[in-house]
Design a protein around this ligand. Sequence first.
Ligand code: SAM
Ligand code: CA
Length: 247
Amino acid sequence: MANTGEGDQTQVSRHQEVGHKSLLQSDALYQYILETSVYPREPECMKELREVTAKHPWNIMTTSADEGQFLNMLLKLINAKNTMEIGVYTGYSLLATALAIPDDGKILAMDINRENFELGLPSIEKAGVAHKIDFREGPALPVLDQMIEDGKYHGTFDFIFVDADKDNYLNYHKRLIDLVKVGGVIGYDNTLWNGSVVAPPDAPLRKYVRYYRDFVIELNKALAADPRIEICMLPVGDGVTICRRIS
Ligand code: SAM
Ligand code: CA
C-alpha cells in the first residue's frame, strides 16, 4: 500500500504490515463503512451473536459484520433457497444466510466443532431460523463424497459458502462444482489470506498464515483457470471469491 503522506504515521505503517486485517486504505475508512452502513442495519440477533463471539478466544475466525451484510444481500439477490456452509464456528455467516433465505430454505452446515456452533445457537433460535439449519458435526469432505456418491444431490445447491480448512479448498472445489447448480454460486472465503498472497518470501508471517498461504495461492490460480465458473474476487473481509457455475 502506498504511503500517501496522509494520516498519522503509525496508522500508515500498520497498514503496510502483512497480516493486518483490513485491506482498506485506513482503519477510519473501514470504521466508516461499519458505522454508516453495517451496524445501523445489523439485525439484533446478529449483533448479539457478534458480541457473544467477541468474548471467545478464537474470535479472529468470525466473519466480519460487513461481510455478513454482503452475504445476506447476495443470497437475496440470487434468491437462494438450498444452501451449504463449510466452516460454521459460532455461526455469524450462518445466521446471515439463515435470515436471507425463505422460511422453507435449507442450510447444510458442517463443522468439526459443535461446541462453538452451540455458543451462537441461542441467537439463531431467538431469530426463529434454526429450523432451516441441518448441522453436521465432523469433517466436511466425507459428507461431500457421500453426497456425490448418492447421485441425487448433483446440481441442487443455489449457494455454498466455504470458510474452513484452507488446505482442503481445492478438494472441496472438485466436489462442490458438481453439487452446485448451473447458475448457482460458491463463495470461497479468505482468498487474500491476510494480504500474504503478495508477501515476499522472507516476510515475517505468523506460522499459520505462512502454512496456508501456498494453498490459498494455488486455489486462486485454479479458480482463475477453471472454465466451468465465472469468478469475482472481492476485497471484503479477508477477501472472498464469488464463483458462478456456468457449465
Ligand atoms: N464462517 C464462520 C463464521 O462466520 O464465524 C467462520 C468459520 S472459521 C474461519 C473455520 C471453521 O472451520 C472452524 O470453526 C473449524 O472448526 C472449521 N473446520 C476446520 N476444518 C474443518 C473440516 N475439515 N470440516 C469442517 N469444518 C472444519
Ligand atoms: Ca473466513
